[in-house]
Design a protein around this ligand. Sequence first.
Ligand code: FAD
Length: 409
Amino acid sequence: MGSRDAIAIGDNRPSAFELDAEQNLILDQADRFARTELYGLSVRMDAEEWWPEDAFPKIGAQGLFGVTVPQEYGGAGLDLMAAGLVAQAFSRWNHAMALSCVAHDNLCLNNIYRNGNEAQRRKYLPDLCAGRTIGALGLTEPGAGSDALGSMRTTARREGDFYVLNGGKLYITNGPVADVLLVYAKTDRERGVHGVSAFIVEKRFPGFRVAQKLEKMGYRGSQTAELVFEDCRVPAENLVGVENRGVSVVMSGLDLERAMISPICLGIGERALELSLDYAKTRQQFGKPIGSFQMVQSMLADMYVQIETMRAFTYRTLAAAASLELGEGGRGDIHKLTAASVMYAADAVHSVLDKAVQIHGGSGYIWESEINRLYRSIKLLEIGAGTTEVRKMIIAGELLKDMRGHDRG
Ligand SMILES: Cc1cc2nc3c(=O)[nH]c(=O)nc-3n(C[C@H](O)[C@H](O)[C@H](O)COP(=O)(O)OP(=O)(O)OC[C@H]3O[C@@H](n4cnc5c(N)ncnc54)[C@H](O)[C@@H]3O)c2cc1C
């Protein structure tokens, strides 16, 4: 009996260890599109923090946004696994664009689908799925990073048919170009994390502005901003879910976001190995290709093992997260698994890129080289969507959750 049969016994779902034919097709199609349409944009994006305005409508026209959203709202009606494969393929060729796509597609679009009401879905999803509008998510603030909910200062005050938002958000991906933003604010400051609500804010709402576009060391071209809300009037109908219940929206969204960051790590790692193999075969020293030296071979073998481990963990986690019901997440096994998967993948891709640059020698140290651009991507993967330390806190917290009455640290 083949290993595939063994895995499939008693379970008709696709194996998390091997892609099925449809999943392979999605990965191949997204890879072909990214290589022909997105790869060529990456040099100028990196050099100038340039945003290619045509890219999102093209991605939308290919049906590569709204992968997880039913077709009646303009989506593809697939699942998180398929969305992860798109992110993996995009990350091989243009990881900055992949990051912007995940912020748009997962943090904003999929979040509105999962937590919004019917009117909100009908109003916002078709344009987001088509790439006609750009989405973002605003959680982090200047004083609220790892403690995003507890330290949140942005407030929303109900005034008749509106909520009035005041405060600021920092490091918001797509912020400078976003049309639709899912924004978290405190509707009841006394209730701490249980006084947070989620709102859909449009860039044209009075009182909203982009304070500054931020210049980054990596993912350049993916736009990042500081945002300001000054008596920003948001129609009450744009409250997402129930007032003061934003914590479940945040926590379930963060689980899905972490599941979607791992395929970015995987795609970057795959491309780094490909470039390193090419270089090892063509770069000659001591009259031989450097790939003939055992110490270089050792680095290539380590990179391969890390990438294959990343692949297995990433797919397993995506498959598990894909079956999360609407409104679920933020606790239990899936909370632990998504934190563990992204923590491992970020750590592994850091190690892979370290070796890749070493194999490239001086050429890898040059800013314009592709391997250098990939190298500059690794730190964010250990910071965004909860830092490595926060991921460890989540994992340990879940492992030790029945240890009552003691300080877990
Ligand atoms: C390029 C980029 C894009 C981003 N995009 C978005 C976005 O689209 N939307 C959004 O809302 N946010 C976004 N973020 C924000 C990101 O999620 C935060 O940067 C991240 O959560 C960490 O917060 P912080 O930067 O304030 O760090 P801090 O929370 O200040 O942490 C600083 C250091 O202290 C450590 N630390 C903090 N608390 C603890 C603790 N209890 N125990 C141990 N160590 C601790 C951290 O791990 C870290 O090492 C983005 C950030 C960047 C850089």
